[in-house]
Design a protein around this ligand. Structure first.
Ligand code: ATP
Ligand code: MG
Ligand code: MG
Ligand code: MG
Length: 560
C-alpha cells in the first residue's frame, strides 16, 4: 500500500480524553475514531490488526474442528423470552421494535440463537459433538464505556458454542477451547493467565477467564506466589468459603425454611425464582449459624440498576434494595454488590436485628429475623481475600493484581438446552438435553491489551503476527529519482513475495516518516537513502535500536 493514498490520520499530540496507553496509541496511530461515547469506527490501520487477530482465532479454532457460521445481530425477543433472559438482561441489552411493534434486541451474546439453530438441526447423538462459532459485532449498552475499545457499546466478539451428548464430551470440548485460547493469545504475543472464574452462580459450572495482568484492568485477580493457583476475586472468595466449610465440618449445609433476601429480591424484580441465585444456610446442632447468599452478579447488578437508577454504587444499592423489599434495617444482603457473592453474617451485622435470612425457595423466607431469637452462632465475615493471604493449595502468599479479561470460557451444561428444549435421542433411545459450553474472545480488546504490553515512547511495537503491515519501505527523499526508483523496486519485490508492505511515498521529511512508522508500529523498516549509490539500504527492526546497512540482494532474506 502506498502511504500517499492511505487514510491514516496520525496524531502528534496525546489526545486529551484518552487515559490509558493503548487508547492513546490507537487514536494517535489512526486505527480508530470515536463517534460517540463507547462507539468507535475502525480505520485502515485498525481494521487490519483486528482482522489479523480474527484470522488467528479462525485458524486455531478450525484446528479443533470448530465451524464458522454467522448469526443475525438482530434477534427476535421470543427467543430471549423462552430462555427467560428477556426479563433478566436489563439495561445492558439494546431493545427495539419493528414497524409492527414486535420486540427485538441487538445481540449482546448468542446462546439463545445458537441453541435455536441446534435444536432444529440436531436429532440424534450421531450428529454430536459439534462446535460452532461466529465472529460478529455485539451490542451492549455498557454503563461505563471507557478506555477506547477496551469497553465499548459495540465490539467484535468471537463467540463459540459447543454441543455434546454428556459431561465427558463437554469436558473435552472445554479443554479443546482452553488449548485453542492458549495458542491464540500466544500467537498474539499476549502474556496472559487463565484464571478460575466460576463463582458458582449458574449451577456450579466451570469457567475460566483469560486475564492480562495490567494496571488498567477493571477486574481483580488473585494469583499465588508459590503455585499455579489463579482465580478472579469472586472465585477466590468462594474458595475461602470452601475452606470455611472444611473448617466447619460439623456444620450441615441445608436448604431450610428461613428467610431469603434473594427470594424477596426476586419477587421484587420479577426474576424467576431459583434460577439465578442460591442461598445456603449452615446449621449446627439444629441451629442456623451462617447464611451465604450466592447469585449471578450480572443479573442482579443489572436488575438493581434498572430498579434503582443508573447512578448508585452497588454497595449502596444493596442496602437500598433490601430496605425497599423488606422494610428491615439492613443486616446483610446477598449477591447484589459486586463484592458480595459470598457473605457470612458477622457479629456486628448480626447483632443489628431485623435481618433478612433464608433459603432461596418460594415462601421460604422470613423478613425481620432476629439474631438470638431466630438464629445464632455467627461465624464471621469471609468476604475479602486480601493481599498476602495464604493460598489454599500451597500456603504461599496470595497476590492481588488488576487484570483485563480478554477471553472467557464457560461450561453451560444443560441450562439453555433444558429451557429451550434442545434435545437429542441417545443410543439408548432416550431423549436427553444437549450439554453445552460457550466461549468468547473480544477482538478489539485483545488488540488493546497487546498494545499495553508492546509499546515504547515512540509508539506501538506490533508483534509480527498481528502487525497491520510487516514492512515499511521509506525513501528518504521521494524527489530524488534514485531513492524513489529503488524504493519502488523493493516495494514491488516484497509485494510479489506476499509480504504486507507499505511504501512511504509521501513527500515528507524522513524524520516525519520515521516517526509515523514507529508510531504505527511496523515491525521492519527499510530505508532507501544515500547508500543506494553503492546498492545498499538501511534495515531496522522496530523493537531494536540497531540499524544495519544491507545490500539490496539481502533484503529478501531479511524479510522472509
Ligand atoms: P466484562 O467483565 O469486561 O464486562 P464480560 O464478562 O461481560 O466482560 P463476556 O460476556 O464474557 O464479557 O464476553 C466475552 C469477551 O468479550 C470478554 O472476555 C471481552 O474480551 C469481550 N468484551 C465483553 N464486553 C466488552 C465490551 N463492552 N467492549 C469490548 N470487549 C468486550
Ligand atoms: Mg460485561
Ligand atoms: Mg467479565
Ligand atoms: Mg466474561
Amino acid at each position: 500500500m502506498r502511504m500517499s493514498k492511505m487514510l491514516m490520520p496520525t496524531l502528534k499530540e496525546v489526545p486529551a480524553d484518552a487515559e490509558i496507553t493503548s487508547h492513546q496509541l490507537m487514536l494517535r496511530a489512526g486505527m480508530i475514531k470515536k463517534m460517540s461515547s463507547g462507539v468507535y469506527n475502525q480505520l485502515p490501520m485498525g481494521i487490519r490488526v483486528f482482522k489479523k487477530i480474527e484470522n488467528i482465532i479462525r485458524e486455531e479454532l478450525e484446528k479443533k474442528g470448530c465451524q464458522e457460521i454467522l448469526c443475525s445481530g438482530l434477534i427476535p425477543a421470543e427467543l430471549w423470552k423462552e430462555s427467560g433472559r428477556w426479563e433478566v438482561m436489563g439495561a445492558e441489552m439494546f431493545r427495539l421494535k419493528d414497524r409492527n411493534e414486535r420486540d427485538y434486541c441487538l445481540g449482546p451474546t448468542h446462546e439463545e440463537v445458537f441453541t435455536d439453530i441446534i435444536r432444529q438441526e440436531i436429532t440424534s447423538y450421531k450428529q454430536l459433538p459439534l462446535n460452532l462459532y461466529q465472529i460478529q459485532i455485539k451490542y451492549r449498552d455498557e454503563r461505563r464505556p471507557r478506555f477506547g475499545v477496551m469497553r465499548t457499546k459495540t465490539f467484535t466478539m468471537k463467540d463459540a458454542y459447543s454441543f455434546d451428548v454428556d459431561e465427558a464430551g463437554l469436558d473435552k470440548s472445554y479443554q479443546d477451547m482452553y488449548d485453542a485460547y492458549t495458542n491464540i493469545f500466544a500467537r498474539c504475543k499476549l502474556d496472559n493467565s487463565p484464571v478460575q472464574a466460576d463463582s458458582g452462580a449458574i449451577g456450579g459450572s466451570t469457567s475460566a477467564e483469560f486475564m492480562v495482568k495490567s494496571e488498567v484492568g477493571e477486574d481483580e485477580v488473585v494469583f499465588c506466589s508459590g503455585c499455579d493457583y489463579a482465580a478472579n476475586i469472586e472465585k477466590a472468595q468462594s474458595v475461602n468459603h470452601e475452606i470455611v466449610k472444611e473448617e466447619m465440618k460439623e456444620l450441615k449445609e441445608v436448604h431450610t425454611p428461613g428467610v431469603s433476601t434473594i427470594n424477596a429480591l426476586e419477587e421484587f424484580f420479577k426474576i424467576e425464582s431459583g434460577k439465578f441465585a442460591k442461598t445456603l444456610i449452615y446449621e449446627a446442632d439444629g441451629k442456623t449459624v451462617a447464611v451465604v447468599v450466592r447469585g449471578d452478579r450480572e443479573v442482579n447488578e443489572t436488575k438493581v440498576a434498572n430498579a434503582i437508577g443508573e447512578v448508585i454504587e452497588f454497595e449502596l444499592a444493596r442496602e437500598e434494595v433490601v430496605k425497599a423489599v423488606t422494610g428491615a434495617e439492613v443486616g446483610f444482603a446477598g449477591p447484589i454488590g459486586i463484592k458480595a457473592d459470598y457473605l457470612f453474617i458477622d457479629q456486628e451485622i448480626a447483632e443489628k436485628n431485623n435481618l433478612v435470612v433464608g433459603a432461596n425457595k418460594t415462601e421460604y423466607h422470613i423478613e425481620n429475623a432476629n439474631y438470638g431469637r431466630d438464629f445464632e452462632g455467627v461465624v464471621g465475615d469471609f468476604r475479602n481475600v486480601a493481599q498476602g493471604d495464604k493460598c489454599t493449595k500451597c500456603g504461599s502468599s496470595l497476590e492481588i493484581a488488576r487484570g483485563v479479561e480478554v477471553g472467557h470460557i464457560f461450561k453451560l451444561g444443560t441450562k439453555y438446552s433444558e429451557t429451550m428444549n434442545a434435545n437429542y435421542i441417545d443410543k439408548d433411545g432416550k431423549s436427553k438435553p444437549i450439554v453445552m459450553g460457550c466461549y468468547g474472545i473480544g477482538v478489539e480488546r485483545t488488540a488493546a491489551a497487546v498494545i499495553e504490553q508492546h509499546y515504547d515512547e515512540n509508539g506501538i511495537m506490533w508483534p509480527l503476527s498481528i502487525a497491520p503491515y510487516q514492512v515499511v519501505v521509506v525513501p528518504v527523499n521521494i524527489k530524488k529519482e534514485e531513492h524513489k526508483e529503488a524504493a519502488e523496486k523493493i516495494y514491488a519485490q516484497l509485494q510479489e513475495m506476499g509480504v504486507e508492505v507499505l511504501l512511504d511515498d509521501r513527500d515528507e521529511r524522513a524524520g516525519v516518516k520515521f516517526k509515523d512508522s514507529d508510531l504505527i508500529g511496523i515491525p521492519m523498516r527499510i530505508t532507501v537513502g544515500k547508500d543506494i549509490v553503492d546498492g545498499n539500504v538501511e534495515f531496522k527492526l522496530r523493537d531494536c535500536q540497531d540499524k544495519e546497512v544491507i545490500s539490496l540482494e539481502e533484503v529478501k532474506s531479511r524479510v522472509e
